[in-house]
Write a protein that binds this ligand. Structure first.
Ligand code: GAF
Length: 393
């Protein structure tokens, strides 16, 4: 596969004559910049980033590889999984759709922020054990942050990780049309091995605090169950939930639901809006409890927090689905300390905090339950907290 990537870069239509690294020319290798960009799971604090609250995600050791090389014209070429797209650096919202929309959005947001750029050749690869797309593990944020970082790097512009994250969010919001918050991008850019991240995406400026998180040292694994129920935040439930949260905040008279007090919450009459607000109110308490559990090394307490968060997302925020619920139930039945859906919901992945000696049993039971329900087999794997987007060469 590595050889294939080099071959692909060698055929990039660069107008500057660059010797092909496959032929052993070391100078060409210096021109190609390679980024390793992680996905994320969120431990707790779901749907709080767009409501003004904190979250506790972490970058995971599942990565995208992005290779980048500057051009001396204004053409952007993107290769990924055998496909190719080309567009100008002046790309506008909605000009590119389908798989290349996120890379195009990143270029558009970068230029719209006042950073002119020359063209660039990009090779985006997931690899066999890489970051799956559509699994609720923030692969779109990985693409957009990686492309913004690559553009700045190739253009010799020093951008701090918060700025990279915010440009990547603009790519999704303004160019792709997905109304996401900033949690995923902050996790992708600020990840640190052995740490979770306490993020406050809506403070000015957004803040990130690293909190030690090393389940392996306690004989535990963090299991991901990718239900393979594809989800998209461009359509459907995610945008509806955002609107409901905005309506609930307006009905109460606060800017963001995270500001709501208990007495205001109980006064909210509309049952749907009240349930959405209840999730936000209780989830903020769970983030605080989760951080405390991490600092105290209280793993059973962390497990309780995870499972309670799932119940709230299922019953009050209503963003779970049968596959996520079953994955959580089966993991708990196999001895997980706690389990929950992670990410925006409506499909995607669940996580479970599982004693090492129960990982096999949990994997087998989840898989068997999916089989009994006649669903496609889930993909189950363990993840560790990892470093954020990194320039390798
Ligand atoms: C998705 C979004 F991209 C995030 O911004 C966040 O809202 C999350 O869903 C839910 O917590 O991943």
């Amino acid at each position: 596969r590595g050889r294939l990537l080099l071959d692909m870069l060698c055929i990039l239509p660069v107008t500057v004559l660059v010797p092909c690294p496959r032929l052993g020319a070391m100078t060409a290798q210096a021109d190609v910049r390679r980024w390793r960009v992680p996905g994320r799971v969120n431990l707790v604090g779901e749907h709080l980033d767009h409501n003004g609250g904190p979250s506790l995600p972490m970058a995971i050791d599942r990565f995208l590889s992005i290779k980048a090389r500057g051009r001396d014209d204004h053409v952007v070429n993107v290769w990924s999984d055998g496909r190719r797209a080309s567009f100008p650096t002046s790309v506008g919202p909605g000009d590119v759709d389908d798989w290349a929309a996120y890379a195009a959005g990143a270029v558009g947001a970068y230029v719209a922020a006042g950073h002119p750029t020359s063209g660039i050749d990009l090779v985006v690869e997931r690899g066999p054990d890489g970051l799956p797309a559509g699994a609720g593990l923030a692969s779109s944020a990985a693409v957009t942050t990686g492309v913004v970082a690559a553009l700045a790097d190739v253009g010799g512009l020093a951008l701090d990780p918060v700025t990279v994250s915010m440009l990547a969010q603009r790519a999704e919001n303004d160019f792709v049309g997905t109304p996401t918050g900033l949690m995923d991008q902050l996790a992708v850019t600020h990840g640190r091995a052995g740490h979770a991240l306490l993020v406050h995406p809506m403070t000015d400026p957004p803040t990130v605090e690293h909190v030690g998180f090393d389940p392996g040292a306690a004989g535990l694994s963090l299991l991901v169950v990718d239900t393979r129920v594809d989800h998209s935040h461009a359509v459907g439930g995610y945008a509806v939930r955002r609107e409901e949260c905005a309506s609930a905040a307006a009905a109460i008279g606060v800017d963001h639901l995270a500001d709501v007090r208990l007495d205001q919450l109980v006064g909210l009459e509309d049952p749907t809006l009240a349930a959405r607000a209840r999730h936000v109110f209780t989830e903020i308490a769970r983030v605080k409890a989760g951080v405390r559990a991490l600092r105290d090394g209280d793993w059973p307490q962390l497990g309780t927090v995870l499972t309670a968060s799932h119940a709230s997302l299922r019953d009050d925020f209503e963003v779970s689905c049968a596959e996520l619920d079953l994955a959580v139930e089966a993991a708990l039945e196999s001895g997980a300390l706690g389990a929950r859906m992670t990410g925006g919901g409506f499909g995607g992945s669940a996580i479970a905090l599982v004693p090492n000696d129960r990982v096999e049993a949990a994997t087998a039971l989840v898989t068997a339950r999916f089989d009994a329900a006649r669903w496609a087999p889930p993909t189950v794997f363990t993840v560790r907290p990892s470093d954020g987007a990194t320039l390798l060469a």
